[in-house]
Each structure stands twice: as structure tokens, then as C-alpha cells.
Design a protein around this ligand. Structure first.
Ligand code: BV8
Length: 239
């Protein structure tokens, strides 16, 4: 039996499904990934930008990077991979989508049962009051943007060395521990604690399906590795 048929068979018997996505699922929408050729980190040094120290040292530089990313993402649309996950949310009794992506494309596609582990680039957070507000301005009116209280605003994003939101992470952990099937799509499985979620699902007996154009450090624990683009393979899982 072909791997895609084994994956479909496991999904057909599943009641509880969790999906973990990374930058690869947005690649076909035109969003640059982080690693690999042309990746964001190639042109920028992660430690220069996606850390609280970098923001403290040079908030304008960090905001110029996020402003450029917002400008890049703003005109882009979800692709068939995003929409297939919306269809899965409506098909399975219990479904949760856990994403590492900050681009907001899962929300735009219609995903509701969604845990955004690393935050969302379309939201800012006041560095003094902690207030989180949606801000879709492209370009941003002021760089770096400031709160009405006068304090600097930061992207509502989890940087390296920062804790994830405990509630969001717990909901993702609970979903992985209860899943019959877990789909891991478009992620290099390099960043923790997100990269540890597939192991939790495996320990709890879930059937693991990886969708990626290459092998990853997580490929060895998968029941099925489907090699190819998520925009093509995710919809085929629903056939
Ligand atoms: C934390 C926001 C507690 C920025 C990001 C062990 C436990 C806990 C922490 C650690 C640990 N070990 C190390 C750490 C520290 C660190 C970490 O994991 N470092 C890594 C590099 C080793 N983790 C943290 O700091 C986390 N915080 O745990 O707090 C703590 C605190 C201090 C000390 C210890 C513990 C915070 C992590 C969040 C960091 N923020 N982003 C921003 O986005 O601007 S992470 C960043 O990488 C993005 O969010 C991205 O989502 C994430 C993962 O990358 P991917 O999404 O996988 O993207 P990538 O480009 O890498 O891969 C794309 C994949 O798609 C590839 O495999 C490619 O083949 C594939 N692909 C491409 N095209 C397609 C495709 N697949 C299918 N179809 C296609 N068309």
C-alpha cells in the first residue's frame, strides 16, 4: 500500500486529529521560510533580530525587519494547504491546528481551532502595559510604533529565549497527547518546544504523518513521510 493510502486510512479511522505547521506551509503563498535557500535567516542573523536583547539594543532595526516582513506578507493569500486544514477542522470530531507561523494565513483561510505558538505578526504588544492590539498598517505609521501611553510597542511574537504563552502551549500539548493522528507539515522541526510536540503524540500512541519536501530530524519517528509540497499533499489526504 502506498504511503499516501496508509496516511488516508489512518485519518479515515481517526476521531482526534492535531496538525503542526511551520513556514513551509506558507512557502507556496510566497512567504519566505526561515532556513534553507533564500530563507529569512540567510539574509538576516536571527540573533540580531528575533531576540529581546536585539529589541532592547535597537528597537528600530528590529521593527524595520518586522515592517519589511509585514509589507511582504500583506498582499499574500492562503494556499490549498491552508484550506485543506480548514476542511479537516470541519471534518474531524476533535481537531486542533498548532502553528509556529506568525503570518496569520491560517486565520485568513478560516481556521478557528488554532494555537499560534509563536504569536502573530499582525498584533503589537505594549512593552509597559502588555496590551495586545491588532495592527494591520502597512507601512506602519511610525517606526518604532508607540503605545498611547508613550511606551514602545513590540511585535506580539515569541522571540528566541522567551517563554511561549503557557496556556497556548498547554492546549497544544493536551491536543497532541490525545490525538489519534498527528500531521506535521512544512516544518524543519528545529525549534523547541514546538519540535517536541510530535514526540508527545508518538508516546501517546498517535499515528504520525510528516509532509515535507525534505527529510527532517523528526522524520525518523514518523509512521509515514510524504515527500512533496504541502499545498498539493494536504488536499490529497482528504480525497
Ligand atoms: C523557549 C519568532 C523557554 C520570530 C520563532 C529546548 C527546550 C526549550 C527551548 C530550547 C531548547 N533548545 C533550544 C532552545 C531555545 C530555542 C530553540 O529551540 N532554539 C533552536 C534554534 C535550537 N527555543 C526558544 O527560545 C523558545 N523559547 O523555549 O522558552 C526557554 C527560554 C530560554 C532557554 C531555554 C528555554 C522560543 C522559540 C520561538 C522562537 N521564535 N519565531 C519570528 O518569526 O520573527 S522561531 C522561528 O522558527 C519561526 O517561528 C518558525 O516558525 C520557527 C520554526 O521554523 P519552521 O517554521 O520550521 O521554518 P523553517 O524555515 O525552519 O523550515 C521550513 C520547512 O518547510 C523546511 O523543513 C522545508 O523543507 C519545508 N518546506 C519548504 N517548502 C515547503 C516545505 N514543506 C512542504 N511544502 C512546501 N512547499
Amino acid at each position: 500500500m502506498q504511503d499516501i493510502d496508509r496516511a488516508r486510512e489512518a485519518l479515515a479511522a481517526a476521531h482526534k486529529v492535531v496538525a503542526l505547521t511551520g513556514a513551509g506551509i506558507s512557502a507556496e503563498s510566497g512567504v519566505p521560510t526561515f532556513r534553507g535557500d533564500g530563507g529569512l535567516w540567510k539574509n538576516f542573523r536571527a540573533e540580531e533580530l528575533a531576540t529581546p536583547e536585539a529589541f532592547h539594543r535597537d528597537p528600530l532595526l528590529v521593527w524595520e525587519w518586522y515592517g519589511w516582513r509585514r509589507q511582504t506578507i500583506a498582499p499574500l493569500a492562503p494556499n490549498p494547504g491552508h484550506y485543506a486544514l480548514v476542511a479537516m477542522e470541519r471534518r474531524f470530531g476533535e481537531f486542533m491546528l498548532v502553528t509556529q507561523n506568525v503570518d496569520g494565513l491560517h486565520r485568513a483561510a478560516g481556521s478557528v481551532k488554532l494555537a499560534e505558538l509563536h504569536g502573530n505578526i499582525w498584533f503589537t504588544r505594549c512593552t509597559v502595559e502588555g496590551t495586545v492590539r491588532e495592527n494591520r498598517a502597512v507601512p506602519l505609521a511610525l517606526l518604532p510604533p508607540r503605545c498611547s501611553c508613550g511606551a514602545l510597542l513590540r511585535p506580539h511574537i515569541v522571540w528566541f529565549g522567551e517563554e511561549l504563552d503557557a496556556g497556548v502551549l498547554q492546549s497544544a500539548v493536551d491536543a497532541c497527547r490525545a490525538a489519534d493522528v498527528m500531521i506535521v507539515a512544512g516544518t524543519s522541526s528545529a525549534v523547541y518546544p514546538a519540535a517536541g510536540l510530535a514526540g508527545l503524540a508518538k508516546e501517546a500512541g498517535a499515528f504520525l504523518i510528516e509532509i515535507n519536501i525534505e527529510a527532517t530530524p523528526a522524520s525518523g519517528m514518523m509512521d509515514v513521510h510524504l515527500s512533496g509540497r504541502s499545498g498539493e499533499l494536504l488536499p490529497r489526504l482528504l480525497e
